[in-house]
Design a protein around this ligand. Sequence first.
Ligand SMILES: [Cu+2]
Length: 498
Amino acid sequence: MTALIIILTILLLVVIIVQIGRVTELAARIRGEEVVEQRNNRTQGNSLLLFGIGFLILSVGSAIVYKNYMLGYGPHEAASAHGSQLDSLFSTTLVFTGIIFILTHIALFYFSWKYKNVPGRKAVYWSHNNMLEIVWSVIPAVVMTFLVIKGLIAWNDVMADVGPEEDVIEIEATGYQFAWHLRYPGPDGALGSKNYTLINGLNPLGQDWTDEKNLDDFHPDEIVLPVGKKVRVRINSRDVLHNFYLPHFRVKMDAVPGIPTYFIFTPVKTTEEYRMELSKYDEYNVPTDPTDPESNMLWEDFNYELACAELCGASHFSMRRTVRIVSEEEYAAWLDKQQSYYLSSVRGTDEDPFKEKLLNVEIEKIKQDLSTRVESALNKESAEEKVIRLHNVNFEFASANLTSTSVHELDHLVTIMNDYPDMQIEVSGHTDNVGEPDVNMELSQNRADVVRNYLASKGIDAGRINAVGYGETRPIETNDTEEGRAQNRRTEFRIIAQ
Ligand SMILES: [Cu+2]
């Protein structure tokens, strides 16, 4: 519909121009060509002068009026350490090109007015003027050299990579149609290796799970960074050209499929500080939504953003992500809440190369957990409260053979019993109600014995350990559901002396 209206408007304009041409022609024939042409020249000369004046006033005026909306001016000073260097480069260039812009436009419109065709005036013929040619070659050459050198210095500063020993947070952004996939290194501070052949539904970045550095990497929805810390962003693309653009930090780098790029910057202003800066300007003290009386002011709703600055397809606009710059403490708190992608999405699936094994972090957790529960039981009075379940001690089906992952919790129990030399325990085995009761009784007794023998084999005096099988007589859950039965099949111990 809009397209049709535009086409019709253009057609009508063409018709009007043709008609005006015809009328002028007819008028000229009636009044004589000369007179009409002179009048036309006068009108055009005057109109050009007027247009020139209006154009220059509007150009300079709009730059002044809208200054506070432009990056580099008013509240929009760069929020990164290197940003002001780039801003000063832009400003210097703007001063030189601004002077040339104004002078050449004054000359352009003034000359077209001054030298409009007047009857009897003849053009002057100059073959050349050495002085003029020297002036208009040398001045731009000097200015250009100055700008290029200043630019090169800034480029080398801004694009320098980090040194091997430098303290830097390295994160990764992978562009795809149409979003950014972000990756942080996790507690080890190192991003794991990747291979595009490993990309699948469960592994959007192609992380190699056999590389331990990958196991703690996490994939957040937003970029959160601490203020004042150097950040190196690895930039990748999974399909077409994208561009990693953080306008407020003057960061902009292409994301090229197959060619990893990077950008290094140091945020120097938190989101909150930037908002406070904005709040000082009238332009940002207007409601975000003018129809809502409760609406926040523009400055309150401000967020740094990551955009894609490459027209990469139909939903290009949806590649926006928010960026939050926070204090060191807030950053630490945020990091704490993040979940490793591997542990939350890949662990235990067919993709997991460590499916059958326990990871070091998991073993650490088992130990920590057992210590905590023992500490707490030691402070309790009643017999029930001194019972501690061995969540990670399991047996093969219908047998008294310990599974290979059971040793970690038992080894830690050995450590604890060495720490508390007066501690005596009763190890108990329990089953569900499937099968014959006396078979279950015997099985649970055998399992309890196995645990005691294991602890004894690690140097704990066997006299400190009772081993009892309770069979199916002490369920803690219903035996009617699979979950309940799984709870009832258990090994636990009770502290009987400490
Ligand atoms: Cu894009």
